[in-house]
Structures are given as C-alpha cells and as structure tokens.
Design a protein around this ligand. Structure first.
Ligand SMILES: Cc1cc2nc3c(=O)[nH]c(=O)nc-3n(C[C@H](O)[C@H](O)[C@H](O)COP(=O)(O)OP(=O)(O)OC[C@H]3O[C@@H](n4cnc5c(N)ncnc54)[C@H](O)[C@@H]3O)c2cc1C
Length: 401
C-alpha cells in the first residue's frame, strides 16, 4: 500500500507530537501541520501547570494510565536530547484526616497497579523532612513526578518534525474537513488542500471542527478556566516540590495545589470554574458565541445541577483571594494572602456528555481517513508522545481495512 500524505490540525503539544510521529514512524509520506495562531502551544499547552505526571490517579488499564506511563519515558528522553529543562522534584499528596487517608490508600493501589516507580505512603515525620512547611497526618510520595516546560517540549517536537521534512503552517485556521472518495479536503483561508489522512488535534475547538467534519458535536467541549497565583520570591522556600490535596471523588477536578515551576516560580492553583469563552484568558472577557453554546447544551445544565457544592466552593476561590489562599493554606499553614500575586489562567478543554457527565479518559474517534482527539485533559501534556503513537497505530489500522 502506498503511504498517504497527512495533515494534522492544531499545533499544541498533541498535534505537534502526532505530526512528528507520522513522519518518524514512516506512516505518512509527507505531513503538513496547520495551526491557527502565529505560534505553537498558544492555548492549553502554554497555560498549564508544567507537571510531568507519574500516573497516580488513573483507572488501571485505561488510556490515561497506559499512555501517561509510556509518555513520561518518551518525554524524558526527548527533553534530554533537546536540552529542555526537566526536574524530577517529586510530589506529595497530603491527607489531613482519616477520610482522606482512606482515599489516599485507593490512590496508592491504583498507582502501584499502574506501575508508578517508588510510590509509597509516608508519615507526618517523613512529610516534614520532604516539605517542612506542609501539614498533614500522612501523605503519598511519588518521587518520580517531575516538572518541565511544555512550550519548549512542543518546540523540540516541532524541530524534529521540520528536520524530518514536515511542513509547518502557522496562521492557518482550518474551517472544515471534507471526506471525498480519494481522501480528505482541508479548507483553510479560502483555499483547499488534499490529503490521504487528517488528524484533528484542536483542543478547545475540537468538537466544533469534528462537528463540521461529520463526526457529530458530542461529546461537547465545555471550557473550565483554572486561575493561578504566584508566591512572592521571598516565600518560595515554603515549597520544595509539588504539594497536592487528596482529590475528592465528588468533585471533578484535582483541587488547588502548590507547584514548583521549572523557572523557579511557585504556582498556587488552579481552581476550576466555567470560562467566559473557550479562549477568554482575562478575568472579565466573554465570548457570546461560546457562552450561547454552553447555555444551549442540556448536558451543561445537568452537570451544573449535580455540582452545586463544587460550583460554590470553586466560585468562592474566583471571587475572593482569601478563599483561594485558604484552599492552599490547608496544606501550608504559613501561607498568607500577602504572599501571593495574581498569575495567569489556563482553560481546560473538558469534554462533556449529553447526560452532564464529564468524560474522564482520553477519547479518539473518527472514520477511515479522519481521526479526532475529542478529549485530552490532564495528563495530556505528559502523555502527548504516547498519545501520538496510539493515534498513528489507530490510523494505520483503520486505513488497512
Ligand atoms: C490549567 C491546566 C493545567 C494543566 N496541567 C497539566 C499538567 O500539569 N500536566 C499535564 O500533563 N497536563 C496538564 N494539563 C493538560 C494539558 O495542558 C493538555 O492535555 C494538553 O496541552 C492538550 O494539548 P492539545 O495539543 O490537545 O491542546 P492545545 O494545546 O490547546 O492545542 C490545540 C491547538 O489547536 C489550535 N487550533 C484550534 N482550532 C484550530 C483550527 N480550526 N485550525 C488550526 N488550528 C486550530 C489551537 O490554536 C491550539 O494551538 C493542564 C491543562 C490546563 C488547562
């Protein structure tokens, strides 16, 4: 069989990793990467926590668990080859009471099943030795959890891609993908190009492009922003690595944590609340189109009705700096409101079903010639290179039929 030409839409970490993998694996004869912005990794990839997750929380056997574990190794090797900073600083997930300790044991069992190296429970004294300013009755320690700079990782992937002959088209929004008898027509900027295979990796816009390309609108992307604060430089010593709460299974996101960033900053956050738009990074920025989309989606109202306590909890951290800091102070009591300054926001592309449930695992759908990444939340950056391998395998299997 002759190798197809391929297009990848979306130059975040996943699209760039897929474009590179299509060339490196030899699955495509030529690859074009379309990105609507003037630079790569402008959206989720450039606005995340920078954590290289070890695979603690995920359902054993699921895509998140397997691709995260594989992704860590691939990422580490790429970072070493391209001189991308990578710090294995370790992480503690801190239990404050007996209920959280029980939940932590469940997470430990999952982490062990997922093959996370070195993960174990530690007592108050060991926690104090690792994180002298943190408080809790016990913690789970993951010594191999790391931090990196995902923008630089994406640039490294792009460097490999272009060095292997790939074509990178910035400022090229793709409007539509049309499957024809012979292949796929990619409409961008009023012109059309033809490819044998197309992969949609458009993150926050992925359901729209999928919908316009015959894959259906659901699951729908609902944008949840996550705001961060930064510790003032003189207070950064309060955190050595990564300090996380035990996630509450009643709430959909991980909860405010303290994260050392690869440039030495310490971030507090992110919280989670409905964003005013899919790309609305500033506080009072709204997109009428995006809000109308959410309001017209019955799944969102079902989700909202089932998550009133979470909305209340997160809403307080949006409206009040004190409430935001209080969420972190539960783990680092010395932290005060005066110790933080506002940081940036990220916006999560969270897929939601019509029944209002959040899609947890990575989801890839499609036809013989078009694949769509429909859900790639955290640990999507950690897993990107393994997701790319998975997609390229899927594409080859579908095209062989
Ligand atoms: C607040 C936050 C914290 C996170 N923390 C972590 C973490 O610590 N560790 C981790 O592993 N993961 C984390 N994640 C998840 C991680 O960032 C994502 O899984 C990952 O970045 C997804 O990459 P992507 O390429 O799918 O999406 P994106 O980075 O959003 O890229 C999609 C790209 O598609 C482009 N695009 C959209 N529409 C079009 C179009 N029509 N034509 C052309 N281009 C288009 C966009 O401009 C964008 O560049 C976090 C996410 C958020 C939001």
């Amino acid at each position: 069989m002759t190798k197809p030409t391929a297009a990848v839409v979306g130059g975040g970490i996943i699209g760039t990793a897929v474009a590179r993998e299509l060339l490196h694996s030899g699955a495509a004869s030529a690859v074009t990467l379309f990105e609507k912005e003037a630079e790569l990794s402008f959206h989720q990839t450039g606005h995340n926590s920078g954590v290289v997750h070890a695979g603690l929380y995920y359902e054993p056997g699921g895509l998140k668990a397997t691709l995260c574990r594989r992704g860590v190794g691939l990422l580490r090797e790429l970072a070493a080859r391209h001189d991308v900073p990578f710090d294995v600083c370790g992480k503690v997930v801190v239990a404050r009471d007996a209920v959280e300790l029980e939940r932590l044991r469940v997470i430990l069992a999952r982490a062990v099943a997922n093959g996370v190296p070195g993960v174990r429970m530690i007592d108050r004294e060991e926690l104090g030795a690792l994180e002298p300013h943190a408080t809790g009755i016990a913690a789970l320690h993951s010594p191999t959890t790391a931090i990196t700079d995902y923008r630089r990782v994406t640039l490294a992937l792009a460097e490999d891609f272009t060095a292997a002959g790939g074509t990178l088209l910035l400022n090229h929004p793709v409007a539509e993908l049309v499957e024809t008898g012979a292949g796929v027509r990619v409409e961008s900027g009023g012109t059309a190009a033809h490819f044998g295979l197309v992969i949609n990796c458009t993150g926050l816009q992925s359901d729209r492009l999928a919908g316009r390309s015959g894959d259906g609108r659901e699951p729908r992307i609902v944008p949840f922003f996550g705001a961060y604060m930064l510790l003032r430089p003189e207070r950064r010593h309060l955190v050595n690595g990564l300090i996380y709460p035990v996630p509450d299974p009643r709430y959909p996101f991980l909860g405010v944590h303290l994260t050392k960033r690869i440039d030495g900053e310490v971030m507090v956050g992110p919280n989670a609340f409905l964003a005013g738009g899919r790309e609305a990074y500033r506080g009072l920025q709204f997109s009428p189109r995006d809000l109308a989309d959410v309001a017209g989606f019955p799944g969102f109202w079902r989700f909202a009705a089932g998550n009133v306590p979470a909305a209340f909890r997160e809403g307080r951290t949006v409206l009040s700096k004190r409430a935001f800091v209080d969420a972190a102070r539960a783990y680092v009591p010395e932290l005060g409101v005066a110790d933080v300054v506002p940081g940036r926001r990220g916006i999560r592309a969270q897929a939601m079903k019509a029944d209002g449930s959040l899609v947890d695992d990575f989801v890839i759908t499609g036809s013989r010639r078009i694949l769509h990444v429909r859900n790639a939340p955290s640990p999507g950056a950690t897993s990107a290179m393994a997701i790319a391998e998975h997609i390229v395998r899927q594409a080859a299997e579908r095209m062989a039929v």
